[in-house]
Design a protein. Structure first.
Length: 391
Protein backbone atom coordinates (compact mmCIF):
# COMPACT_ATOMS: atom_id res chain seq x y z
CA UNK A 1 0.00 0.00 0.00
CA UNK A 2 2.83 2.39 0.97
CA UNK A 3 4.62 1.65 -2.32
CA UNK A 4 1.46 2.47 -4.27
CA UNK A 5 1.09 5.80 -2.43
CA UNK A 6 4.72 6.72 -3.07
CA UNK A 7 4.34 5.82 -6.74
CA UNK A 8 1.20 7.93 -7.01
CA UNK A 9 2.93 10.92 -5.41
CA UNK A 10 5.85 10.56 -7.86
CA UNK A 11 3.51 10.42 -10.84
CA UNK A 12 1.58 13.47 -9.65
CA UNK A 13 4.81 15.43 -9.10
CA UNK A 14 6.12 14.36 -12.50
CA UNK A 15 2.91 15.44 -14.21
CA UNK A 16 2.95 18.78 -12.38
CA UNK A 17 6.59 19.42 -13.31
CA UNK A 18 5.98 18.55 -16.96
CA UNK A 19 2.94 20.81 -17.06
CA UNK A 20 4.98 23.69 -15.65
CA UNK A 21 7.03 23.69 -18.84
CA UNK A 22 10.73 23.90 -19.58
CA UNK A 23 12.73 26.59 -17.80
CA UNK A 24 15.17 27.91 -20.43
CA UNK A 25 17.93 30.47 -19.84
CA UNK A 26 19.97 32.22 -22.52
CA UNK A 27 22.21 35.26 -23.06
CA UNK A 28 21.38 36.08 -26.69
CA UNK A 29 20.77 39.80 -26.18
CA UNK A 30 21.34 40.76 -29.81
CA UNK A 31 19.28 37.85 -31.16
CA UNK A 32 16.67 37.70 -28.40
CA UNK A 33 13.81 38.30 -30.86
CA UNK A 34 14.92 35.32 -32.92
CA UNK A 35 15.17 33.15 -29.80
CA UNK A 36 11.69 34.25 -28.70
CA UNK A 37 10.27 33.43 -32.13
CA UNK A 38 11.71 29.92 -32.41
CA UNK A 39 10.67 29.07 -28.85
CA UNK A 40 7.16 30.29 -29.65
CA UNK A 41 7.15 28.15 -32.80
CA UNK A 42 8.23 25.15 -30.74
CA UNK A 43 5.45 25.71 -28.22
CA UNK A 44 2.84 25.98 -30.96
CA UNK A 45 4.07 22.84 -32.72
CA UNK A 46 4.64 20.68 -29.64
CA UNK A 47 2.21 22.02 -27.07
CA UNK A 48 5.13 22.17 -24.59
CA UNK A 49 5.47 25.44 -22.68
CA UNK A 50 8.90 27.09 -22.46
CA UNK A 51 9.65 29.73 -19.84
CA UNK A 52 12.55 31.70 -21.30
CA UNK A 53 14.74 34.09 -19.30
CA UNK A 54 17.41 36.38 -20.75
CA UNK A 55 20.45 36.78 -18.48
CA UNK A 56 23.08 39.48 -19.06
CA UNK A 57 26.30 37.94 -20.40
CA UNK A 58 28.47 39.54 -17.71
CA UNK A 59 26.39 37.88 -14.98
CA UNK A 60 25.45 34.61 -16.65
CA UNK A 61 28.09 32.32 -15.17
CA UNK A 62 27.96 33.81 -11.68
CA UNK A 63 24.14 33.64 -11.65
CA UNK A 64 24.24 29.96 -12.61
CA UNK A 65 26.70 29.18 -9.82
CA UNK A 66 24.50 31.00 -7.27
CA UNK A 67 21.42 29.14 -8.50
CA UNK A 68 23.29 25.85 -8.22
CA UNK A 69 24.11 26.63 -4.60
CA UNK A 70 20.42 27.34 -3.97
CA UNK A 71 19.27 24.21 -5.79
CA UNK A 72 17.24 26.30 -8.22
CA UNK A 73 18.83 25.76 -11.62
CA UNK A 74 16.91 26.02 -14.93
CA UNK A 75 16.20 22.90 -16.98
CA UNK A 76 18.15 24.05 -20.03
CA UNK A 77 20.83 26.68 -20.57
CA UNK A 78 21.88 28.03 -23.94
CA UNK A 79 25.47 29.05 -23.39
CA UNK A 80 29.07 28.84 -24.63
CA UNK A 81 30.19 25.24 -24.98
CA UNK A 82 33.07 25.66 -22.54
CA UNK A 83 30.53 25.90 -19.71
CA UNK A 84 30.76 22.11 -19.88
CA UNK A 85 33.90 22.54 -17.76
CA UNK A 86 31.52 23.40 -14.87
CA UNK A 87 29.88 19.98 -15.05
CA UNK A 88 30.29 19.28 -11.33
CA UNK A 89 29.29 22.75 -10.18
CA UNK A 90 26.14 22.76 -12.29
CA UNK A 91 25.38 19.06 -11.85
CA UNK A 92 25.11 18.64 -15.62
CA UNK A 93 23.41 15.70 -17.25
CA UNK A 94 25.50 13.68 -19.66
CA UNK A 95 24.28 13.96 -23.22
CA UNK A 96 22.14 10.94 -24.11
CA UNK A 97 22.63 9.02 -27.34
CA UNK A 98 19.20 10.22 -28.43
CA UNK A 99 20.68 13.71 -28.97
CA UNK A 100 23.93 12.78 -30.70
CA UNK A 101 23.22 14.03 -34.22
CA UNK A 102 25.36 12.37 -36.89
CA UNK A 103 25.61 15.47 -39.08
CA UNK A 104 27.80 17.33 -36.57
CA UNK A 105 31.59 17.06 -36.94
CA UNK A 106 33.68 15.50 -34.17
CA UNK A 107 35.63 18.73 -33.61
CA UNK A 108 32.35 20.59 -33.07
CA UNK A 109 31.19 17.96 -30.59
CA UNK A 110 34.38 18.48 -28.61
CA UNK A 111 33.37 22.06 -27.81
CA UNK A 112 30.65 20.87 -25.42
CA UNK A 113 32.70 18.15 -23.78
CA UNK A 114 34.91 18.14 -20.70
CA UNK A 115 37.35 15.53 -19.39
CA UNK A 116 36.32 13.19 -22.19
CA UNK A 117 32.59 13.34 -21.40
CA UNK A 118 29.91 14.95 -23.58
CA UNK A 119 27.50 17.24 -21.77
CA UNK A 120 26.04 19.54 -24.39
CA UNK A 121 24.38 19.74 -27.77
CA UNK A 122 26.06 22.32 -30.07
CA UNK A 123 23.64 24.62 -31.91
CA UNK A 124 25.65 27.57 -33.29
CA UNK A 125 29.31 27.45 -34.34
CA UNK A 126 31.59 30.46 -33.93
CA UNK A 127 31.52 32.72 -30.89
CA UNK A 128 34.70 34.26 -32.31
CA UNK A 129 35.92 37.84 -32.23
CA UNK A 130 36.30 40.03 -35.31
CA UNK A 131 37.13 43.62 -36.14
CA UNK A 132 34.04 45.76 -36.72
CA UNK A 133 34.31 49.18 -38.36
CA UNK A 134 32.02 52.06 -39.29
CA UNK A 135 32.25 52.77 -43.02
CA UNK A 136 30.84 56.26 -42.53
CA UNK A 137 33.89 57.16 -40.42
CA UNK A 138 36.76 55.22 -42.04
CA UNK A 139 37.46 53.79 -45.47
CA UNK A 140 38.51 50.33 -44.37
CA UNK A 141 40.05 48.14 -41.70
CA UNK A 142 43.75 48.06 -40.79
CA UNK A 143 45.32 44.67 -41.36
CA UNK A 144 47.94 45.13 -38.61
CA UNK A 145 48.06 46.78 -35.21
CA UNK A 146 51.00 48.91 -36.37
CA UNK A 147 48.65 50.58 -38.87
CA UNK A 148 46.40 51.63 -35.99
CA UNK A 149 49.35 53.30 -34.26
CA UNK A 150 50.80 54.93 -37.40
CA UNK A 151 50.69 58.74 -37.22
CA UNK A 152 48.97 58.82 -33.82
CA UNK A 153 49.87 61.46 -31.23
CA UNK A 154 49.71 60.89 -27.47
CA UNK A 155 46.74 63.24 -27.01
CA UNK A 156 44.68 61.70 -29.81
CA UNK A 157 41.44 60.07 -28.57
CA UNK A 158 41.09 56.27 -28.64
CA UNK A 159 40.02 54.88 -32.01
CA UNK A 160 38.89 51.40 -31.02
CA UNK A 161 36.69 49.96 -28.29
CA UNK A 162 36.46 46.52 -26.75
CA UNK A 163 35.78 44.93 -23.38
CA UNK A 164 39.31 45.65 -22.24
CA UNK A 165 39.43 43.78 -18.92
CA UNK A 166 37.56 40.71 -20.17
CA UNK A 167 40.03 37.90 -20.77
CA UNK A 168 38.26 36.54 -23.85
CA UNK A 169 39.42 39.72 -25.65
CA UNK A 170 42.93 39.38 -24.22
CA UNK A 171 43.36 35.73 -25.27
CA UNK A 172 44.02 36.46 -29.00
CA UNK A 173 47.06 38.53 -28.00
CA UNK A 174 48.51 35.50 -26.19
CA UNK A 175 47.74 33.26 -29.15
CA UNK A 176 49.37 35.72 -31.55
CA UNK A 177 52.63 35.20 -29.66
CA UNK A 178 52.34 31.44 -30.04
CA UNK A 179 50.71 30.01 -26.92
CA UNK A 180 47.35 28.98 -25.52
CA UNK A 181 46.02 29.32 -21.97
CA UNK A 182 45.77 25.54 -21.45
CA UNK A 183 48.11 22.76 -22.53
CA UNK A 184 47.50 19.04 -21.98
CA UNK A 185 44.45 19.86 -19.80
CA UNK A 186 46.58 21.98 -17.44
CA UNK A 187 47.01 25.76 -17.02
CA UNK A 188 49.63 27.18 -19.38
CA UNK A 189 50.03 30.78 -18.23
CA UNK A 190 53.67 31.26 -17.24
CA UNK A 191 54.95 31.54 -20.80
CA UNK A 192 56.94 34.06 -22.88
CA UNK A 193 53.76 34.58 -24.93
CA UNK A 194 51.82 35.67 -21.83
CA UNK A 195 54.60 38.06 -20.81
CA UNK A 196 54.75 39.68 -24.25
CA UNK A 197 50.95 39.83 -24.53
CA UNK A 198 50.67 41.62 -21.17
CA UNK A 199 53.27 44.20 -22.21
CA UNK A 200 51.69 44.84 -25.60
CA UNK A 201 48.15 45.04 -24.25
CA UNK A 202 49.12 47.55 -21.56
CA UNK A 203 51.17 49.53 -24.08
CA UNK A 204 48.11 49.99 -26.30
CA UNK A 205 46.21 51.43 -23.34
CA UNK A 206 49.10 53.60 -22.17
CA UNK A 207 49.45 55.05 -25.67
CA UNK A 208 45.73 55.84 -25.80
CA UNK A 209 44.87 53.50 -28.65
CA UNK A 210 42.15 51.99 -26.45
CA UNK A 211 40.66 53.22 -23.18
CA UNK A 212 41.56 50.78 -20.40
CA UNK A 213 38.27 51.67 -18.68
CA UNK A 214 36.31 50.26 -21.60
CA UNK A 215 33.55 47.79 -20.77
CA UNK A 216 31.34 46.00 -23.26
CA UNK A 217 29.57 49.33 -23.98
CA UNK A 218 32.64 50.52 -25.88
CA UNK A 219 32.27 47.75 -28.46
CA UNK A 220 28.51 48.16 -28.67
CA UNK A 221 26.74 51.38 -27.71
CA UNK A 222 29.76 53.69 -28.05
CA UNK A 223 30.74 52.11 -31.36
CA UNK A 224 27.19 52.38 -32.72
CA UNK A 225 27.03 56.03 -31.60
CA UNK A 226 30.19 56.86 -33.54
CA UNK A 227 32.51 57.42 -30.57
CA UNK A 228 34.92 54.83 -31.99
CA UNK A 229 35.35 54.03 -35.69
CA UNK A 230 36.51 50.50 -34.79
CA UNK A 231 35.45 47.84 -32.29
CA UNK A 232 36.29 44.24 -31.48
CA UNK A 233 33.22 42.10 -30.93
CA UNK A 234 31.87 38.64 -31.63
CA UNK A 235 29.48 37.06 -34.10
CA UNK A 236 26.79 37.19 -31.41
CA UNK A 237 26.68 41.00 -31.88
CA UNK A 238 26.13 40.97 -35.65
CA UNK A 239 22.35 41.34 -35.63
CA UNK A 240 22.36 44.38 -33.37
CA UNK A 241 25.32 45.94 -35.18
CA UNK A 242 23.48 45.61 -38.50
CA UNK A 243 20.34 47.14 -36.99
CA UNK A 244 22.32 50.12 -35.73
CA UNK A 245 24.71 50.75 -38.63
CA UNK A 246 23.05 49.09 -41.61
CA UNK A 247 25.24 49.24 -44.72
CA UNK A 248 27.87 51.22 -42.82
CA UNK A 249 28.94 48.14 -40.87
CA UNK A 250 32.21 46.64 -42.04
CA UNK A 251 33.82 43.39 -40.90
CA UNK A 252 37.38 42.12 -40.96
CA UNK A 253 39.50 39.52 -39.22
CA UNK A 254 41.61 40.62 -36.26
CA UNK A 255 44.75 42.59 -37.27
CA UNK A 256 48.14 40.92 -37.25
CA UNK A 257 50.43 41.65 -34.31
CA UNK A 258 54.19 42.14 -34.70
CA UNK A 259 54.09 40.15 -37.92
CA UNK A 260 52.03 37.31 -36.42
CA UNK A 261 48.46 36.38 -37.30
CA UNK A 262 46.09 36.96 -34.37
CA UNK A 263 43.69 34.01 -34.11
CA UNK A 264 40.59 34.50 -32.00
CA UNK A 265 39.11 31.68 -29.97
CA UNK A 266 36.05 29.86 -31.22
CA UNK A 267 33.50 27.70 -29.52
CA UNK A 268 29.84 26.90 -29.93
CA UNK A 269 26.64 28.12 -28.40
CA UNK A 270 24.92 25.00 -27.22
CA UNK A 271 22.43 23.43 -24.86
CA UNK A 272 23.49 22.13 -21.46
CA UNK A 273 21.20 20.49 -18.94
CA UNK A 274 21.84 21.58 -15.33
CA UNK A 275 20.54 19.94 -12.18
CA UNK A 276 20.53 16.54 -13.93
CA UNK A 277 17.38 17.73 -15.72
CA UNK A 278 17.59 14.88 -18.24
CA UNK A 279 17.06 12.45 -15.36
CA UNK A 280 13.95 14.26 -14.22
CA UNK A 281 10.26 14.37 -15.19
CA UNK A 282 10.80 16.82 -18.05
CA UNK A 283 13.28 14.60 -19.90
CA UNK A 284 11.12 13.89 -22.95
CA UNK A 285 10.02 17.52 -23.32
CA UNK A 286 13.63 18.71 -23.10
CA UNK A 287 14.78 16.18 -25.71
CA UNK A 288 12.03 17.39 -28.07
CA UNK A 289 13.18 21.00 -27.64
CA UNK A 290 16.82 20.07 -28.22
CA UNK A 291 16.00 18.17 -31.41
CA UNK A 292 13.94 21.11 -32.62
CA UNK A 293 16.90 23.49 -32.24
CA UNK A 294 19.16 21.33 -34.42
CA UNK A 295 16.46 20.57 -36.97
CA UNK A 296 17.13 21.38 -40.64
CA UNK A 297 14.61 24.24 -40.46
CA UNK A 298 16.14 26.06 -37.49
CA UNK A 299 19.71 25.41 -38.61
CA UNK A 300 18.83 26.91 -41.99
CA UNK A 301 17.29 29.98 -40.37
CA UNK A 302 20.49 30.56 -38.39
CA UNK A 303 22.41 31.47 -41.53
CA UNK A 304 19.55 32.82 -43.66
CA UNK A 305 18.19 35.16 -40.97
CA UNK A 306 21.09 35.78 -38.57
CA UNK A 307 24.12 35.03 -40.79
CA UNK A 308 25.49 32.88 -37.96
CA UNK A 309 27.15 29.55 -38.57
CA UNK A 310 25.04 26.40 -38.06
CA UNK A 311 26.54 23.23 -36.60
CA UNK A 312 24.91 20.80 -39.04
CA UNK A 313 27.36 20.08 -41.87
CA UNK A 314 24.60 20.18 -44.48
CA UNK A 315 23.37 23.63 -43.35
CA UNK A 316 26.92 24.98 -43.09
CA UNK A 317 27.66 23.92 -46.67
CA UNK A 318 24.56 25.80 -47.85
CA UNK A 319 25.80 28.86 -45.96
CA UNK A 320 29.27 28.61 -47.51
CA UNK A 321 27.84 28.18 -51.02
CA UNK A 322 25.57 31.24 -50.71
CA UNK A 323 27.82 33.43 -48.57
CA UNK A 324 27.99 37.16 -49.29
CA UNK A 325 31.15 39.20 -48.68
CA UNK A 326 30.47 39.70 -44.94
CA UNK A 327 29.63 36.03 -44.55
CA UNK A 328 32.98 35.13 -46.12
CA UNK A 329 34.74 37.32 -43.55
CA UNK A 330 32.86 35.56 -40.74
CA UNK A 331 33.73 32.13 -42.12
CA UNK A 332 37.34 33.12 -42.79
CA UNK A 333 37.78 34.44 -39.25
CA UNK A 334 36.40 31.17 -37.92
CA UNK A 335 38.82 29.16 -40.08
CA UNK A 336 41.73 31.11 -38.58
CA UNK A 337 40.47 30.81 -34.99
CA UNK A 338 41.56 28.24 -32.41
CA UNK A 339 39.12 26.04 -30.51
CA UNK A 340 38.55 27.01 -26.91
CA UNK A 341 39.39 24.07 -24.62
CA UNK A 342 36.64 22.97 -22.26
CA UNK A 343 38.76 21.21 -19.63
CA UNK A 344 38.22 22.15 -15.96
CA UNK A 345 41.58 23.94 -16.15
CA UNK A 346 40.03 26.56 -18.44
CA UNK A 347 37.69 28.05 -15.85
CA UNK A 348 40.50 28.34 -13.30
CA UNK A 349 42.87 29.79 -15.88
CA UNK A 350 40.38 32.51 -16.83
CA UNK A 351 39.94 33.54 -13.21
CA UNK A 352 43.69 33.51 -12.48
CA UNK A 353 44.29 35.57 -15.61
CA UNK A 354 41.66 38.12 -14.63
CA UNK A 355 43.14 38.63 -11.17
CA UNK A 356 46.70 38.79 -12.43
CA UNK A 357 45.74 41.15 -15.24
CA UNK A 358 44.16 43.63 -12.82
CA UNK A 359 47.28 43.49 -10.64
CA UNK A 360 49.41 44.21 -13.68
CA UNK A 361 47.31 47.21 -14.74
CA UNK A 362 47.73 48.52 -11.22
CA UNK A 363 51.49 48.59 -11.75
CA UNK A 364 52.23 46.34 -8.79
CA UNK A 365 54.35 43.72 -10.53
CA UNK A 366 56.29 43.05 -13.71
CA UNK A 367 54.79 41.07 -16.57
CA UNK A 368 57.09 38.16 -15.68
CA UNK A 369 55.92 38.19 -12.04
CA UNK A 370 52.29 38.34 -13.12
CA UNK A 371 52.68 35.36 -15.48
CA UNK A 372 54.12 33.32 -12.60
CA UNK A 373 51.34 34.51 -10.29
CA UNK A 374 48.68 33.46 -12.81
CA UNK A 375 50.22 30.00 -13.20
CA UNK A 376 50.57 29.32 -9.46
CA UNK A 377 47.05 30.60 -8.76
CA UNK A 378 45.41 28.54 -11.49
CA UNK A 379 47.29 25.36 -10.56
CA UNK A 380 46.54 25.75 -6.85
CA UNK A 381 42.82 26.40 -7.29
CA UNK A 382 42.48 23.64 -9.88
CA UNK A 383 44.13 21.15 -7.53
CA UNK A 384 42.00 22.24 -4.57
CA UNK A 385 38.65 22.26 -6.35
CA UNK A 386 35.95 20.25 -4.55
CA UNK A 387 35.40 17.84 -7.45
CA UNK A 388 39.08 17.00 -8.02
CA UNK A 389 39.21 13.19 -8.32
CA UNK A 390 42.86 13.20 -7.22
CA UNK A 391 42.18 14.82 -3.84
Amino acid sequence: MLINIVSLIFLLCSAEAAQAGIVFWHQEIGDREFVSKILKDFQEQSGIAVEATLIATDHYKSTLIKQAQRGALPDVIFCPGDYASMAEQLNLSLLPNALKAKDISSDVWMTTSSSGKFYGLPVILGNHLMLFYNKSLVKGAPTSWSQFAHGRKTHDPPVIGWNFSEMYWFAPFIQAYGSGIVKDAAPNLNTPAMVQALKTYKKFADEGLVDRRCSYDCASKDFYDGKYPYAIDGDWALSLARQKLGKNLGLAKLPSLDGHEMPAMYSTMGLLFPGKSLSGPKREQIIKLARFLVSDSIQGDLWRVLHRIPVLNSARKQFENQANQDDKVILGALAAAKAMPSDPAVAYSWEAMRRGFLRYLGGRDSAEDIARYMQVTAESELANRPDNPQK
